[in-house]
Design a protein around this ligand. Structure first.
Ligand code: ADP
Ligand code: MG
Ligand code: MG
Length: 896
């Protein structure tokens, strides 16, 4: 029989799959000897079993009994006993942190009988009734499903009746009456009494935490964070400690370093005489953590020691939740904390400098996605006066129209408008709005508020606690300190790096990190740049996959090289036939007979040669893989509908134009129902005599000229859309013939390699045959994904992908991250078949996936030699190829 319950002393931080992150870390702290209230964890196995069958799994009740008794023995009190009641918290906690997404119920065990016992034990009647009304309220909403508004308005009524505004102004008698009112609300709206049996409270709360895995907001969060749907949550049952026993009690959250900047030194918020989520909810104004040093020097010193111990133990930034009960410190939670991208780099480098981790581990601690965030533009320096300032909670430069609620944020964003969500404070129901907004602005709360934590997790820009703003959510406007009114739809700029808000759209400039990569700023000028520099240079030392770039122009090639590309993996030639060269291409397509065609090709030759020699010059000494013409020819001709209309009008007006007529006939002849699968790639090379010959000659002549001028050209010729080995043999045979001709003419040896794209399933499946001719393969994963799935990318992404993502058919678009099971299997087959025939076959990938972190990991594993991506993503790919080489982080890290 499986074991469903673990005492805190039985677990450790590596058991997060089973105990959830919170449970595993509570166990770790318990075993470390830190002051954790006693308790136990019900496993994710039990949750999955419950969710699958709808019933409590067999044996769970007995195990809970056993552990509850142990807890009662440790505390010397029984759950809900009438004189000195033991109360417990029932807390959700999944493998990956989902802040505030699932349920937690505090003060379980209080009943009409035991509330007096709590008053006597604590000597605080107000505390007892405040705890009881909180329990009825929390239990009523989360476990019994009563509308939270009903309790909130009853609380408002109670305060109004008394003529006060703060919760703290209600005395024991008021709270007693309020509790009675809350119980009535439960009776009316839940169709049952608030349970008076402590054990029944506990069991119902446990099941409700299980069930909270499936709430809409939890699902939405998992989708946004790519957390699998089938993990389930653990449930932690933990003895209650009280932060609301007066001024010598309180509760707080803290980080061992600043999670926004990564700067060393603890950081946090504290609230005296408070319980539970009062801190993060932004209901009352918190104190900065260092003020605790005066208020509670002993507890403060102990807390500082514990935080240092935790950071050394976890070798990373930790965040913690703690409560002080009458001067005594209790640790309620810790985990490796979420952080901004800049903080991730600074902290990883600092911990390496401090000797806590090595350089490989520092590399594991940062991600390509975080580096991408650092490369986003930011606001230019400005003289403009901010309309408000607040806490710089999540960096970035966000510009958008102001909206005041999540539903509007979602709707406007789906219409394609950039929006900024403005709220007094956010709560878990705002998640959808936060996902859809470019940035979020709140008037309450600090760096640990809900808005700040979630924005950092999602990579959204956030300024919070802009207290000078008066936000009128119902009136859909806010007012600044000087009386300026900003209404829904007005544009503002939110600078999450500086914590400032501006009216209108502000100019943006390149990020300092991009300036560093471009060689414009030395890394020593700033600690963030230095951290990025050290980590990426280590990645370059460790990677096995080379990073090339997709670049079609000399300028792109130069940029790619500056950013660290060691070659061009895909140089497309189609744009070389556009612009003023279009007429030449028209002539080629419309050519009547060999002579006209040859003339058109001859006119193109010097232009193409020049294109290639400039790129080869920029990339001197590095490989440049040039792909022969790929797109269907109609793309070079005028639009069919336009031209048809034009010809029809001209004819109707009696101005018939023979050239236009001829063009239209050609356009109609070349028209295809499904160009993606039509006459393109190698098929063009086979049906248009001389086209590929021209391109090969231009490449060969450019390389020869460059070699004669003392350069080291390293061009490779790549044939697109091969489906059968014979196609390649024909084209390669002709190409070799031309290379030999140019070699003879120029006197330069031209050993250019000829290879192919693998972008059709048939090519992957017959890769062995193809490798007899091809010297290299480059996986064109965009087309390969289209043809493996039978998706036309242009059509499907907007039409049914949202449904597929929502249904979980895929967690992320296969055009973004390689589909390992389908496309990946074909790549694996092609790699093995190809290398079996030609062991030194060079293997690369071009296409969007070449710059995607998760895909890079796959390409590393499957044994490719390089990835090729757009120049801007080269630094990200450098980082990720290094990360792929140093392997996964330890099991205890939650780096989502
Ligand atoms: P979340 O995952 O949303 O952070 P928690 O389970 O950590 O939920 O609970 C939220 C808050 O409830 C904690 O920050 C803490 O202040 C309070 N809390 C949890 N357990 C206890 C306890 N045993 N005693 C007192 N307060 C608790
Ligand atoms: Mg918590
Ligand atoms: Mg292609």
């Amino acid at each position: 029989m499986s074991k469903y319950v673990y005492g805190f002393a039985e677990g450790n931080r590596f058991m997060a799959d089973l105990l959830g992150g919170k449970g595993a870390n509570l166990a770790e702290m318990t075993v470390m000897g830190l002051p954790v209230p006693p308790g136990f964890t019900i496993t994710t196995d039990a949750c999955r079993a419950y969710l699958a069958t709808g019933a409590v799994p067999e044996g769970l009740a007995e195990e809970v009994d056993e552990h509850l008794h142990a807890l009662e023995r440790a505390m010397g009190r029984k759950l809900g006993q009438i004189d000195e009641p033991l109360l417990v918290a029932v807390r959700s906690g999944a493998r990956f942190s989902m802040p505030g997404m699932m349920d937690t119920v505090l003060d379980i065990g209080l009943t009409d009988d035991s509330v007096a016992g709590l008053a006597a034990w604590s000597g605080d009647e107000r505390l007892a009734w405040d705890s009881y009304r909180r329990l009825v309220q929390m239990f009523g909403t989360t476990v019994l499903g009563v509308d939270a508004q009903l309790f909130a308005s009853a609380l408002r009524d109670a305060k109004r009746a008394k003529g006060v505004t703060g919760d703290l102004d209600l005395d024991a008698g008021d709270l007693r009456a309020l509790t009675a009112r809350f119980k009535e609300i439960v009776r009316e709206h839940a169709g049952r009494e608030f349970p008076q049996d402590p054990r029944e409270q506990l069991d119902l709360a446990i099941m409700s935490v299980f069930a909270s895995w499936h709430t809409d907001r939890a699902r939405t969060y998992r989708r946004a964070e790519h957390i699998p749907e089938d993990l389930g949550t653990a449930v932690n049952v933990c003895a209650m400690v009280f932060g609301n026993l007066g001024e010598d009690s309180g509760t707080g959250v803290a980080f061992t370093r600043d999670p926004a900047t990564g700067a060393p030194g603890v950081y946090g918020d504290y609230l005296a005489d408070a319980q539970g989520e009062d801190v993060v909810a932004g209901i009352r104004n918190t104190l900065p953590l260092h003020r605790l040093a005066d208020l509670q020097p002993r507890a403060y010193d102990q807390l500082m020691n514990i935080m240092a111990t935790l950071e050394e133990h976890y070798r990373d930034l930790c965040d913690i939740e703690f409560t002080i009960e009458r001067g005594r410190l209790w640790m309620l939670q810790t985990r490796v904390g979420k952080r901004t991208a800049a903080a991730a780099f600074r902290i990883a480098d600092a911990l390496r400098e401090e000797g806590l981790i090595d350089a490989d581990e520092a590399l594991r601690r940062v991600t390509g996605a975080q580096l991408a965030q650092l490369m986003f533009p930011r606001f230019a320096a400005t003289d403009a006066t901010p309309i408000a300032t607040g806490v710089a909670a999540s960096p970035g430069a966000a510009v958008g129209e102001v909206v005041f609620d999540s539903a509007t944020a979602v709707r406007r964003a789906e219409e394609g408008t950039a929006v900024i969500l403005v709220r007094r404070e956010t709560n878990p129901d705002d998640l959808d709005g936060l996902i859809h907004a470019r940035g979020v602005l709140t008037s309450r709360g600090g760096k640990t508020s809900h808005a700040a934590v979630v924005a950092r997790g999602l990579g959204r820009t956030c300024v919070c606690g802009a207290e000078s703003l008066t936000i009128d959510t119902h009136g859909r406007r806010f007012t600044t300190a000087d009386g300026t009114i900003v209404a829904e739809g007005d544009v503002i700029s939110v600078d999450g790096t500086a914590g400032a808000v501006y009216l209108d759209e502000m100019a943006v400039v390149a990020s300092p990190v991009v300036d560093y990569f471009e060689g414009r700023t030395p890394p020593e000028s700033d600690d963030l740049l230095l951290a990025v520099h050290r980590i990426i240079t280590h990645a370059d030392r460790r990677h096995r996959l080379e990073v090339r770039a997709n670049a079609d122009t000399p300028a792109d090639a130069a940029r790619a090289r500056r950013l660290g590309a060691t070659g061009i993996g895909l140089c497309r030639t189609e744009h070389m036939f556009l612009g003023d060269r279009r007429v030449l291409v028209e002539r080629l397509i419309l050519a009547d007979g060999d002579a006209e065609r040859t003339a058109a090709l001859a006119a193109l030759l010097p232009l193409q040669r020049e294109d290639f020699s400039r790129i080869l010059a920029e990339m001197d000494g590095l490989p440049v893989t040039i792909r022969l013409l790929d797109p269907p020819l109609h793309e070079f001709l005028p639009d069919r509908t336009d031209l048809t209309a034009r010809v029809a009008v001209a004819n109707a007006l009696g101005n018939a134009d023979a050239a236009a007529d001829e063009l239209l006939r050609a356009v109609n002849r070349l028209h295809e129902q499904n160009p993606m699968l039509g006459t393109r790639g190698v098929r063009l090379g086979l049906v248009i005599p001389g086209l590929y010959d021209l391109q090969v000659r231009a490449i060969a002549e450019a390389a020869a000229a460059r070699a004669l001028a003392g350069g080291t050209p390293h061009a490779e010729i790549m044939i697109p859309l091969i489906g059968d080995a014979r196609e390649l043999e024909i084209v390669a045979e002709r190409a070799r013939h031309i290379l030999a001709e140019v070699a003879a003419e120029s006197g330069v040896d031209l050993p250019l390699e000829i290879g192919t794209m693998i972008e059709l399933p048939r090519a992957a499946l017959t890769a062995g045959r193809i490798a007899e001719t091809a010297r290299f393969f480059s996986f064109g994963t965009n087309d390969l994904t289209q043809t493996v799935w039978g998706f036309s990318r242009d059509d499907v992404e907007a039409s049914f992908f949202p449904t597929y993502l929502a249904e979980g058919i895929f967690a992320v678009s296969p055009f973004e991250t390689i589909d390992r099971d389908g496309v990946g299997t074909l790549i694996d087959i092609a790699v093995h078949e190809g290398r079996a025939v030609r062991p030194d076959l060079a293997l690369g990938v071009c296409g969007e996936h070449g710059g995607d972190p998760a895909s890079i990991r796959f390409f590393h594993e499957v044994g490719l030699d390089y990835v090729s991506c757009s120049p801007f993503r080269v630094p990200i790919a450098r980082l990720e190829t290094g990360r792929a080489a140093v392997g996964e982080a330890g099991a205890a890290t939650d780096n989502r």
